[in-house]
Design a protein around this ligand. Structure first.
Ligand code: GLN
Length: 543
């Protein structure tokens, strides 16, 4: 088959998982996507989530990690963040489909009478809707490959309709579908043995559901001997070159290179009988890895947040910091601080010695005080500061109280009775509180003030950044804050809402109402994060 001969016929690659959760299906999907993209193909990625929530907006970060926000305003699974960071791909609402959304659509159709008296069933109605959503991810057939990650583990009750849809698609389009199954090969220390039985069992479960995997990716902590791969190939009906090792790596960003060496992308192309225009072009990716490994300096940043015990709650922020530090030839040493345990009494002990402080986004009262204390510390010590979402709001509230002199200044989210509602709901939202319908979600324009730090960082006048919040800076306070020394350096040109604040008399003090972390990628580190980390490095050097 020739590459992109006018009419593109999309190929569908499904990534399923067995044996255990958290094996890295998201990283495998992203790495395979990266390799195919680097060969010159157009790739789209998608995640199917078996949970009944309609999206991840209401999910507690302890459960599923951070809520990622797409450009078009979908509150999505955090794996979409990996897809974007690896491929510089712009995920949309179609890139994340949950059981909840599938059922919602089918039930709406049923209520509308679309099924004409038929009994509505999991097969075919739910599976038809799943298949429709999978095909939607091809952007009208414009992609060479759609890589669909099936959340959960095969054999779970809740992922069954997804696996059944994969079975049907493979049956309907045998030449255009392929299943990559990710499993785990445990090492038994006592007997010094690598065990393939869990893999065999999980392939059996997949086979029971009618899906023959085409490629097996085996997660392992130890190098897999050739005989082991041969054995797995024989027991699981796949070719030997389709058994791919995925050994633990120091950084997730090394996975594409390792999987290329293991021949994952080639196995995919061979299975489809395709050739690619060239070998994967991973020059800039490799140079990123090289920088990461040869970084000499260290930069110490403190992150103050409500969910710091959960490693994935601030995933995109952590990754954006790593991208920026790597770009600046430094290693990021991130210390996490529980916001509700930060107080005037212990803040010095906790934050002293750091090169910069980042106060995280969030909702609700818990930890707000600690975030305000951290922002105050950064302001008084002239420590480089980045406040995101609620982090920015806390910095402004702190400024209102301690510089402007509005002692009870607050966001209405925290105190609806405050005399000085520095952050308030936008007027049109005031009428319907409580659900995600009231949130400002997705990308909005932001006009930067010439001469500001933000303008200098971005190097352009208008940017677009992603939002996920309900409260806005109350513009009736703008003038008095400006007189007290705060600069509003980013404004939404359509609504006049405040997007960025700065304290220009300090070294580097920036707050953003939006979430810059969602747009930082390996090859394009975010300018605000680069600016922030650079200021941190300079601060360290001055000490
Ligand atoms: N809770 C705040 C709001 O709704 C901030 C949200 C955020 O950090 N993105 O406005």
């Amino acid at each position: 088959m020739k590459y992109r001969t006018g009419m593109v016929k999309t190929k569908y690659i499904f990534i399923t998982g067995g044996v255990s959760s958290s094996l890295g299906k998201g990283i495998t999907a992203s790495s395979l996507g990266k390799l195919l993209q680097a060969r010159g193909f157009k790739v789209s990625l998608q995640k199917l989530d078996p949970y009944v929530n309609v999206n991840s907006g209401m999910l507690n970060p302890y459960e599923q990690g951070e809520c990622f926000v797409t450009e078009d305003g979908c509150e999505a699974d955090m794996d979409l963040g990996h897809y974007e960071r690896f491929l510089d791909f712009c995920a949309t609402r179609d890139s994340n489909v949950t059981t909840g959304r599938i059922y919602q659509t089918v039930i709406q159709k049923e209520r509308r009478g679309d099924y004409l008296g038929k009994t509505v069933q999991v097969v075919p109605h739910i599976t038809d809707e799943i298949k429709r959503c999978i095909k939607l991810a091809s952007a009208g057939g414009d992609c060479d490959f759609v890589i669909t990650e099936v959340g959960g583990t095969v054999g779970d009750i809740e992922s069954h309709p997804f696996v059944e849809s994969v079975r049907q698609l493979k049956w309907e389009m045998p030449d255009a579908c392929l299943c990559v199954h990710l499993t785990y090969v445990p090492y038994l220390a006592a007997s010094k043995e690598l065990k393939t039985k869990p893999t065999q069992h999980s392939v059996k479960v997949l086979l029971e559901a009618g899906v023959q995997p085409d490629i097996l990716v085996l997660r392992t902590e130890h190098k897999l001997p050739k005989e082991l791969k041969r054995k797995v190939a024989l027991f699981c009906n796949v070719g030997e070159s389709s058994v791919v090792e995925a050994i633990d790596l120091p950084s997730i960003y090394e996975a594409p290179l390792k999987l290329r060496d293991e021949g994952l992308d080639l196995a995919v192309l061979n299975r489809f009988g395709m050739t690619s225009p060239h070998e994967p072009d991973l020059e800039s990716w490799t140079s990123f890895i090289h920088r990461m490994k040869s970084a000499t300096g260290v930069v110490r940043v403190g992150l103050v947040g409500k969910y710091v015990e959960s490693p994935d709650a601030y995933k995109s922020i952590g990754e954006a910091l790593v991208h920026a530090a790597t770009y600046l030839n430094c290693r990021m040493e991130l210390s996490l601080f529980q916001a509700d345990q930060m107080s005037e009494e212990n803040v010095v002990r906790k934050l002293e010695g750091l090169d910069a402080v980042l106060v995280a986004p969030g909702f609700g009262q818990r930890g707000e005080k600690g975030k305000i204390v951290a922002a105050k510390y950064a302001r008084l010590k002239n420590l480089p500061f980045l406040g995101i979402g609620l982090g920015m709001q806390c910095a402004v509230v702190e400024f209102a109280r301690n510089v402007v002199g509005f002692f009870d200044a607050e966001s209405k989210e925290m105190n609806p009775q405050t005399e000085h509602p520095i952050f308030d709901l936008m007027t049109e939202e005031k009428s319907h509180l409580g659900t995600d319908g009231t949130m400002r979600l997705g990308a909005y324009d932001c006009q930067l003030k010439k001469g500001s730090l933000a303008y200098e960082m971005y190097g352009t006048e208008v940017v677009r950044e992603r939002h996920r919040h309900r409260y806005e800076f109350n513009n009736s306070y703008k003038e008095v804050f400006e007189r007290a020394g705060m600069s509003f350096s980013g404004i939404n040109p359509q609504s006049g809402l405040v997007e960025i604040i700065e304290l220009p008399h300090l070294k580097w003090f920036v707050g953003t109402q939006f979430h810059p972390e969602f747009k930082s990628t390996v090859l394009h580190p975010h300018p605000l994060f680069v600016g922030f980390v650079k200021a941190a490095i300079e601060n360290r050097q001055e000490k």
